[in-house]
Design a binder for this molecule. Structure first.
Ligand code: AMP
Length: 470
């Protein structure tokens, strides 16, 4: 067995001391995979999620490469949000506590510039920030990166989702070519592969097998007749009210029928299947991912390769004939250390399939009575957000910061009322708190973004039945 104690690594005694004080003895799997090559200076692509110990993995690397006697920024960590930047800075400070006077500063949007300018004048070894604000400082020349040794992109997938691709590219251009780059991402979609190819040099990919998930996913089985099946999906949702659910059907026709039944019950749902045009498919996925739709109804083929973060629940509307497909479906819940819930419907005719799933997973099906499902009485199951569409995207040089600025600085909404901003070549999608969405759309239509008036519209709200629920 390999030694996974921190003491087995070539770390400075001060860092080992800090680790001991924090009670970190054994490396987590991502640390054990990433640290040995990273400490040797290799570029890395690391697939790791929150809770994996990824922060300490890159913090120990950048602290090892740093020369405290040299003043000037030697490490830069880019994060998607201020909250994450604060957490990362705290973890770096904790690990650096026993080392010589190492200064860590955060540079994030939404914080007055003046204080940041003053802090930077006093010198910093490590900068942790959001891409837009870091770029702002580079352009003002209040930040220089000539002495940079380590560049870290934390939660790179989320940064791209938030429309930071261009800002990241501009920041990277300001970094010296001779540097170590570490990219951390929970998922690995195409745009991350492209970004990695551009900014990393001969990177090593490290990925740790997902923690054994079977135990974390609670599976509940319900026996239904064909007549009850679709209506039961609605009852499950109304009873449990999960924040995000994927419901899997074996056929396209079943997907469409289920969406109709759910909407009639007052549940926001969208279908994802092979008949959709690419543009509609993109739109469905954006709306599901940005929390404008609580339930996505999909066939296995349409869901193949989808990189969707952890779901609160997965519903197997039809039992699949392929037991491996079942395991794959339910693996979409209970990720990132959260508890998952898989709700499975099966008719008498499907019991053979249930048996094969039991054999493959080594888990006996636990059956629950349908009459345990009570409507929680909280009314329709709607998403917290709605999606605004702006005609214009990357090709018009629209950036997430421009949109956020128009909504917050110009129109006076708070950062919290604005959710995910997704930008593709020709379109921008903005998640807005449902209660302000219609008004914000109207007001935004009268303003300018990047000096130009823009065409905006609220994407057809999910037409759920008004008279559903109490
Ligand atoms: P992260 O994935 O970076 O958000 O870290 C998750 C949590 O694990 C943080 O609270 C860390 O302080 C903690 N942590 C990181 N590495 C270790 C370790 N080797 N042993 C114990 N706790 C750790």
């Amino acid at each position: 067995m390999t030694d996974s104690r921190f003491a087995s690594l070539p770390l400075h005694p001060d860092l080992l001391g800090a680790l001991a004080r924090l009670g970190y003895e054994q490396m987590t799997p991502i640390q054990a995979a990433a640290l040995p090559p990273a400490l040797l200076g290799r570029d890395l692509i690391a697939r790791a999620q929150t809770g994996s110990g990824k922060t300490a993995a890159f913090a120990l690397t950048l602290l090892t490469q740093l020369n405290p006697r040299h003043f000037g920024v030697q490490s830069l960590v880019l994060c998607p949000t201020r909250e994450l930047a604060d957490q990362v800075a705290t973890e770096i400070r904790r690990l650096a506590a026993a080392s010589d006077n190492i200064k860590v500063v955060t540079l994030c949007g939404g914080v007055p510039l003046r204080g940041q300018l003053a802090t930077l004048e006093h010198g910093a070894h490590v900068v942790v920030g959001t891409p837009g604000r870091v770029l702002d400082h580079l352009q003002r020349q209040s930040l220089q990166l000539d002495g940079l040794r380590t560049l870290v992109l934390d939660e790179a997938d989320r940064m791209l989702d938030m429309g930071f691709a261009d800002d990241i590219a501009a920041v990277v251009r300001a970094c010296p070519a001779q540097r170590q780059t570490l990219l951390f991402s929970a998922t690995y979609p195409d745009d991350i592969a492209k970004l990695s190819a551009r900014i990393l040099r001969d990177p090593l990919s490290v990925e740790v097998a997902a923690a054994p998930q079977a135990g974390r996913i609670e599976q509940r089985w319900y026996q239904v007749t064909e007549k009850e099946r679709l209506h039961t999906v609605g009852r499950l949702l109304m009873h449990l009210r999960p924040a995000s659910t994927m419901a899997f059907c074996n056929t396209k026709a079943q997907c469409n029928d289920l969406v109709d039944v759910l909407r009639a019950q007052g549940i926001g749902a969208l279908a994802l299947h092979g008949d959709l045009e690419q543009r509609d498919r993109d739109q469905v996925l954006v709306r599901f991912a940005n929390r404008s739709c609580p339930v996505l109804v999909a066939t296995d083929v349409a869901a193949r390769g989808l990189d969707i973060p952890s779901l609160a629940a997965v519903i197997n509307v039809d039992t699949t004939p392929d037991a491996e497909v079942h395991v794959h479906r339910i693996g979409r819940t209970g990720r990132a250390g959260e508890d998952g819930l898989a709700l499975n419907l099966a008719s008498l005719e499907e019991m053979g399939r249930v048996g094969r799933i039991e054999q493959l997973s080594g888990q006996e099906a636990v059956w629950h009575p349908l009459d345990s499902l009570k409507d929680s009485g909280q009314g329709p199951l709607l998403a917290p957000m709605s999606t605004l569409h702006i005609q214009g995207g990357r090709k018009e040089k629209i950036r997430a910061g421009d949109v956020l600025g128009a909504l917050t600085a110009d129109l006076g909404y708070t950062r919290e009322q604005v959710g995910k901003i997704s930008i593709n070549d020709w379109s921008t999608y903005v998640a807005l708190e449902r209660s302000i969405a219609a008004e914000a759309t109207r007001r935004l239509a009268g303003t300018r973004i990047k000096g130009r008036s823009v065409k905006v519209r609220l994407i057809g709200d999910l037409e759920v039945s008004d008279n559903a629920g109490p």
